[in-house]
Design a protein around this ligand. Structure first.
Ligand SMILES: Cc1cc2nc3c(=O)[nH]c(=O)nc-3n(C[C@H](O)[C@H](O)[C@H](O)COP(=O)(O)OP(=O)(O)OC[C@H]3O[C@@H](n4cnc5c(N)ncnc54)[C@H](O)[C@@H]3O)c2cc1C
Length: 487
């Protein structure tokens, strides 16, 4: 039986480890932190359920269904409240719902008449012949005009990537949108004819989470892996060995008691003298790196400087969450939506600090005590990349100031929690796909080494699960087309 080592216990690493383990492979997962889940973390405090990372994800992927089914979690799934469908965008200091249909489009004051007319010209805009890779902003301005970029796409990009649409690549961030122009000549034409042609059943765009928060998913995966999940283990490097790979790891924050067995590979475990007896040398036939790109770059640097150099070019933006709980009676807004996003233009004009606010308790049940309202407010991103330098109290003040201006909340919250992600979201900037393709090509020379994670083809939890599942399948059935892997 092949010994497989998965490095990184976020949702990507856990998913690939789970499917390989279920298929009978000898799998061990090494994770730096004591806990599993990576960016996904749910905490409970004072009656609030606090999502410290993702709040929910789109219910679009069969791979996610299969995983939930296999873990017996399908019954735990909850969907976004039907009465909280609106997505608000701030314009001229006021919340305006994004139109959901043609009638709302005509009546909305989110865009001016000029902006709407320009948007309606989209089907008549010719496909670009320029082979140069376009940013999201270039594409959207060319096809739909600046106003649609400023007051629809820019806030959407903030919501997904916390990024700058002028820096991010359309092809890498929104491959479907890119494909609509490539294949059908435009967005409207593609939306009308594309689906018909493919005969795809339309899956309802719904957000989901779990009754007790998103991290029941990593917790359930970790439970199945049992002592094959080794937490508190910082992997330092992976090198080619005579047959397979040699991995060097040390105890991370909390020292792993010496003598802890690394499950499937104990017979190859040896202490590394230079690490004062706290480290291991582990041998494996195959290695899957499910760590962020900057960590992956460090780990594989001794084996391939070329791949490491490409991966270290991927930039991450920071995010700080200021979670606030208010007395519901202090908020006059109906809270009939998922929350709001602030366009960059508006942030500059009005001096807002937050990127947006998710109305957690309006979207899902059991997120706040009776009579309270929970908001997950986000700061940072490409717009405020120095956010880690601000103190908690400064960030809380900035958040409360914006909530006062936008929602008119004058009273203090009765609960606040600040959660920091220094390197939160990888940015798929211009050239991203080319970088990933080169990495994939270089890995062909290193059979048995595989990469997965949110920096490759998709940021969302659903994307990560889907890609990790595909990777597991391709490892199990070697004739399948490879994803990012060496053989
Ligand atoms: C604040 C925030 C909000 C988000 N909101 C949403 C949302 O609402 N919906 C959505 O779908 N997605 C959202 N996302 C994105 C999504 O959560 C992530 O893209 C996804 O969870 C990433 O999973 P991953 O396993 O690829 O990486 P990670 O979760 O980053 O996991 C990588 C793991 O590798 C470990 N590691 C790193 N270095 C080493 C090492 N040397 N040795 C061993 N282990 C190591 C890390 O500790 C970590 O556990 C959000 C992300 C953030 C940060």
């Amino acid at each position: 039986m092949r010994k497989v080592l998965v490095i990184g216990g976020g949702i990507s690493g856990l998913t690939v480890a789970y499917w390989l383990y279920k298929s009978g492979l000898d799998v061990t997962l090494l994770e730096k932190e004591d806990r599993a889940g990576g960016s996904i973390r749910t905490e409970k405090d004072s009656g609030y359920l606090i999502e410290c990372g993702p709040n929910s994800t789109l219910d679009l992927y069969n791979e996610v269904d299969d995983l939930c089914e296999s873990l017996d979690l399908s019954e735990e799934k909850i969907y976004g409240n039907e009465g909280a469908k609106n997505r608000y965008v701030v314009r001229d200091g006021r919340l305006r719902p994004l139109p959901m249909g043609p009638l709302q489009f005509l009546s909305t004051d989110l865009w001016t008449i000029k902006g709407k007319l320009r948007l309606m010209c989209e089907p008549f805009i010719r496909k670009s012949n320029d082979s140069r890779e376009e940013s999201i902003a270039e594409f959207v301005i060319r096809r739909t005009g600046l106003e649609f970029l400023d007051y629809a796409i820019d806030p959407f990009v903030t919501g997904v990537f916390a990024g700058d649409p002028y820096q991010l690549s359309l092809k890498s961030c929104f491959p479907k949108m890119y494909g609509l122009e490539q294949d059908y000549g435009g967005l409207v034409k593609g939306a009308l004819f594309g689906r018909k042609e493919k005969g795809e059943p339309r899956r309802k765009m719904r957000l989901f989470s779990f009754r007790d928060g998103l991290d029941i998913l990593p917790v359930a995966l970790c439970k199945v892996l049992g002592n094959r999940f080794v937490g508190g283990c910082n992997v330092l490097s992976v090198k080619k060995a005579d047959s397979g790979f040699e991995i060097i790891a040390e105890a991370a924050n909390t020292p792993i008691p010496l003598g802890t067995e690394l499950n499937s590979v104990p017979e190859t475990r040896t202490k590394i003298p230079s690490l004062s007896g706290r480290g291991w040398v582990i041998k494996a036939d195959a290695v899957i790196l499910a760590t962020p790109s900057w960590a992956t770059a460090k780990i594989i640097h001794p084996m391939t400087e070329y791949v490491a150099a490409h991966l270290s070019q991927i930039k991450y933006v920071p995010i700080v969450i200021v979670f606030t709980g208010f007395d519901r009676k202090h908020i006059s807004h109906k809270l009939d939506g998922f929350g709001f996003l602030i366009p960059s233009k508006e942030a500059i004009a009005k001096g807002y600090n937050i990127l947006g606010s998710i109305w957690s308790s309006a979207t899902f049940p059991r997120r706040a005590p009776e009579g309270k309202a929970a908001f997950t407010n986000m700061l940072g991103g490409a717009r405020m990349s120095d956010v880690p330098e601000h103190s908690d109290s400064e960030l809380v003040d900035m958040t409360l100031q914006d909530l006062r201006l936008i929602l008119g909340i004058k009273e203090k919250p009765d609960f606040v929690s600040v959660i920091r992600h220094t390197r939160a979201i990888p940015q798929y900037t211009i050239g991203h796909q080319e970088r990933i393709d080169r990495v994939g090509k270089a890995l062909k020379n290193i059979p048995g080494l595989y990469l997965t994670g949110n920096y490759i083809t998709g940021i969302s939890v659903g994307h990560c699960i889907t890609e990790a599942t595909k990777l597991a399948k391709s490892i199990l059935t070697p004739n399948n087309p490879p994803l990012i892997k060496g053989d």
